[in-house]
Design a protein around this ligand. Structure first.
Ligand SMILES: [Zn+2]
Length: 396
């Protein structure tokens, strides 16, 4: 809770951010609709809208067709005015994506880098980040950088955390690594969290305020959104769904613990079990889909057991957070056709009777590179909350 009061400058900053965010979420939108939705008076809205137009952040796009009397002029975000950079530090590559203010991708650069190999060094990563970022910043008006990583990390300390000696765990303070090349704010986020942000703005969760994004691929993670905001926790590490303990003493997890949910639900584990049942190796989601199409009973049995385990744990998330929807994303989304009905059925048994009819289950339709885009949304979120920190004419 905020305990300090707001002076008139704080008020101005707050109202400006509120109107700009309304144009972002509800645009094209008229001035009178902005006044209605924000509760601000029309003269205040007019004054702020003028300042936003002068700063090139919004523009008058067209006159509304319907309505009696004067047709209102609609306002939209000026997508070309500023750019942000999203970086996906994936396990086998680093992807850089420059996006505009409305999330369009302007440029994508992908560089192979295996962070899980023995030869990997953070120095190599630091050099790659610095060189590519420098090049992109010379080309675009980048106001901030968002970085996503598949492992648990601390967004508050801006350090990707891990346990030493574990492959795939990087202890890297990204701020000093990039600050020599850039003079812009840097945000870090877990890949499931930023993929959830992508779904919130551009994907399957656009109509949802309270939802849980469950990412299943090489690992298992979740982004939990309450009242439109991502739940971060005290250290920025909330939502480590893949590391809840389901069995003690069984398979060792990359986190160093044992019996983590990830060791049961990650896609490679499902492929391994299905391969065993089938008696021949299945190496991809496509091959597993084909085996399910062929109707192998043993593979189906494995798959149903998998759906059951998934339902128990996703169902418990629903019981705790009461979301309006659960979005299944990551590679598992390609199995939606086979998983959806089964999962729905199993969830019916796990979810509290009062919550059963209250949520929707969806599968993401996102492309592979939405994590880089999601990382750039970390910058967007901060920009729209605090535009005065980025735009010189809004200061003081
Ligand atoms: Zn774990």
């Amino acid at each position: 809770m905020r305990h300090h009061g707001m002076n008139s400058q704080d008020n101005r900053d707050h109202n400006r951010a509120a109107l700009l965010s309304l144009v972002r979420s509800h645009g094209p939108i008229s001035r009178s609709e902005l006044a209605r939705r924000s509760g601000l008076s029309k003269p205040v809205v007019t004054e702020i809208v003028d300042s936003l137009i002068n700063a090139n952040l919004i523009y008058e796009s067209y006159k509304a067709k319907s309505g009696v009397g004067r047709r209102p002029v609609m306002l939209e975000i000026n997508q070309d005015s500023l750019h942000m950079l999203g970086i996906d530090l994936a396990r086998t590559h680093v992807e850089f994506m420059v996006t505009d203010l409305t999330g369009n991708s302007l440029k994508t650069v992908r560089r192979p880098l295996n962070t899980e190999s023995d030869e990997f060094s953070t120095l190599e990563l630091t050099r790659l980040l610095a060189a590519t970022t420098k090049k992109l910043m010379a080309e675009y008006d980048i106001i901030g950088i968002g970085i996503a990583h598949p492992r648990p990390l601390s967004s508050r300390k801006r350090i990707v955390v891990g346990s030493e000696g574990q492959p795939g765990w990087i202890a890297l303070d990204v701020q000093p690594a990039l600050s020599q090349e850039t003079n812009v704010p840097i945000f870090v986020g877990n890949d499931a969290d930023v993929a959830g942000l992508y779904e919130k703005w551009f994907g399957a969760a656009r109509d949802l305020h309270d939802f849980i994004y469950v990412m299943v691929g090489e690992g298992v993670g979740a982004g939990i959104f309450c009242a439109g905001a991502l739940l971060l926790g005290s250290r920025g590490m909330a939502g480590e769904f893949g590391h809840i303990k389901i069995k003690s003493g069984e398979r060792e997890c990359l986190c160093g613990g044992r019996g983590c949910l990830e060791t049961e639900l990650a896609l490679p584990v499902l492929l391994e079990k299905a391969s065993e049942a089938l008696g021949r190796p299945l190496e991809s989601v496509e091959q597993l889909s084909a085996a399910l199409e062929e109707g192998s009973g043993l593979v189906k049995e494995v798959f149903h057991g998998y759906a059951r385990t998934m339902a128990i744990h996703v169902g418990n998330l629903i019981n705790i957070f009461d979301p309006a929807g659960v979005i299944m994303g990551g590679e598992i989304a390609h199995l939606g056709k086979y998983l959806e009905e089964r999962l729905h059925q199993e969830l019916g048994e796990v979810v509290h009777p009062l919550l059963r009819d209250g949520f929707t289950l969806r599968f993401s339709a996102a492309a592979d590179n939405m994590v880089a885009k999601g990382a750039s949304i970390l910058v967007q979120e901060h920009f729209f909350a605090y535009p005065h920190k980025y735009i010189a004419e809004f200061r003081g």
